[in-house]
Design a protein around this ligand. Structure first.
Ligand SMILES: Cc1cc2nc3c(=O)[nH]c(=O)nc-3n(C[C@H](O)[C@H](O)[C@H](O)COP(=O)(O)O)c2cc1C
Length: 307
C-alpha cells in the first residue's frame, strides 16, 4: 500500500505496464498497511515480524499511537482512490493473516488500552474506520474485505474466532445496509493449509469438521457474496460451491504454479506442483512466471502464450 499512497507509482510507464498485466481480466488490488510494518502490540512481537520481512528495509515496529491511527486510515482511503485511478476494478482490504487490521481484531495480540483495544467493539473500530473510508472513497461495489479469524498467523490469535468472525460480519452487514450496497465480496481464509492429499489424523479431521462448521456459520451470517480460500483442490472447490458453502473459491499456491489455472480446472487437467522454496523470493522470474502453461500434449486445447 505504501507505494500506492506515494507519488511515483502512477506514472505513464507504470500505467502502460499495468494495463499489460490486466490482459482483459478483472483485477483487484489488495491493500496491506505501509510495508506491513506497524505493530499494535509489544516488543516481543517484533522478532517474529522481522523474520517475515526478507526485504532490505528495516521495519518500523512500534505500537501505533492513538493519534496516528486516523492517518493510517487516510492512507487506505487515498490508496483506494489511486488504485481505481490506475485502472484496478476494485480493492481488497487485507484484514487477515496477522497483518495490521488482524492485529487490531484479535485479543491474543491486541493489548491496547485505548479505544482500539479491549472490547470487541474497540477491536473492530480500526477495521470499520478503514472499510468506511475506502467505501466512501470508491463505493462499496469496488471494495472487498479479507479476514481470517481462525488463523493464528504471525502471533495473531483470538480466544473466540467464531464470535470474532460473526462480529466482523455483523458490522459489515450493517454498513452495507447503511450505504445501500454490498461489498463486492467477503473473503475468508480457513486454516486448511495441509497440502492436498496429505494424511490427516482423527484429531485433525475432527478439528477440520469444526472449522468447516465455523465457515458455514459465517457464510450464512454474511449478507453478500462469500469467497473462501485455504487448502482447496478442484474437487473441494466444486463441493464448496455446490453445497452452498461459498459463492467463490480462491486458490493461492496452485495459482502461483499454474499460470493457466482456470483452464486446467475447467479441463480437469493435471496441475503443476508448486515449489515451496521459490515462494516469497526476490527474483522477479523464478517462482513467479517460469511455471509452464498447458500444452496440447497435456490436454490443453491450444498452447497458450506466456501470460
Ligand atoms: C507465495 C505466496 C504469496 C502469497 N501472497 C499473499 C498476498 O499477497 N496476500 C494474501 O492475502 N495472501 C497471500 N498468500 C496466501 C494465499 O492467498 C492463500 O491464503 C494461501 O496460499 C492458502 O491458500 P491455498 O491453500 O490455495 O494456497 C500468499 C501465499 C503464497 C504461497
Amino acid at each position: 500500500m505504501s507505494f500506492l499512497v506515494e507519488p511515483g507509482f502512477l506514472t505513464c510507464l507504470e500505467f502502460t505496464q499495468m494495463h499489460k498485466w490486466r490482459h482483459g481480466r478483472r483485477w483487484w488490488m489488495q491493500f496491506m498497511p505501509k510495508g506491513a510494518s506497524y505493530s499494535v502490540s509489544c516488543g516481543t512481537l517484533a522478532a517474529h515480524h522481522i523474520k517475515m520481512v526478507p526485504m532490505a528495509y528495516t521495519p518500523h515496529l512500534e505500537p501505533l499511537k492513538t493519534s496516528e491511527i486516523l492517518e493510517v486510515v487516510e492512507h487506505y482511503r487515498q490508496a483506494s482512490l489511486n488504485a481505481i485511478r490506475a485502472g484496478f476494478d476494485g480493492v481488497e482490504i487485507h484484514g487477515a493473516h496477522g497483518y495490521l487490521i488482524d492485529q487490531f481484531l484479535k485479543n491474543g495480540i491486541n493489548d491496547r488500552v485505548d479505544e482500539y483495544g479491549g472490547s470487541i467493539e474497540n477491536r473492530c473500530r480500526f477495521m470499520m474506520q478503514v472499510i468506511q473510508a475506502v467505501v466512501s472513497a470508491v463505493g462499496a461495489d469496488r471494495v472487498a474485505f479479507r479476514m481470517s479469524p481462525a488463523i493464528d498467523h504471525l502471533d495473531a490469535t483470538d480466544s473466540d474466532p467464531l464470535n470474532l468472525g460473526l462480529s466482523v460480519i455483523e458490522r459489515i452487514n450493517k454498513l452495507q445496509l447503511q450505504v445501500g450496497s454490498n461489498l463486492t465480496y467477503l473473503h475468508v481464509t480457513q486454516p486448511r493449509y495441509t497440502a492436498s492429499g496429505a494424511k490427516q489424523s482423527h484429531a485433525e479431521l475432527a478439528s477440520k469438521k469444526k472449522r468447516s462448521q465455523m465457515m458455514r456459520t459465517w457464510r450464512r451470517a454474511y449478507q453478500g457474496t462469500f469467497m473462501c480460500s485455504g487448502g482447496f483442490t478442484r474437487e473441494l472447490g466444486i463441493q464448496a460451491v455446490t453445497e452452498g458453502d461459498a459463492d467463490l473459491v480462491a486458490y493461492g499456491r496452485h495459482f502461483i504454479s499454474n499460470p493457466d489455472l482456470v483452464l486446467r480446472l475447467k479441463l480437469n487437467a493435471p496441475l503443476n506442483k508448486y515449489i515451496r522454496k521459490t515462494f516469497y523470493t526476490q527474483d522477479p522470474v523464478v517462482g513467479y512466471i517460469d511455471y509452464p502453461v498447458l500444452s496440447k500434449a497435456d490436454g490443453g486445447q491450444a498452447p497458450l502464450s506466456r501470460l
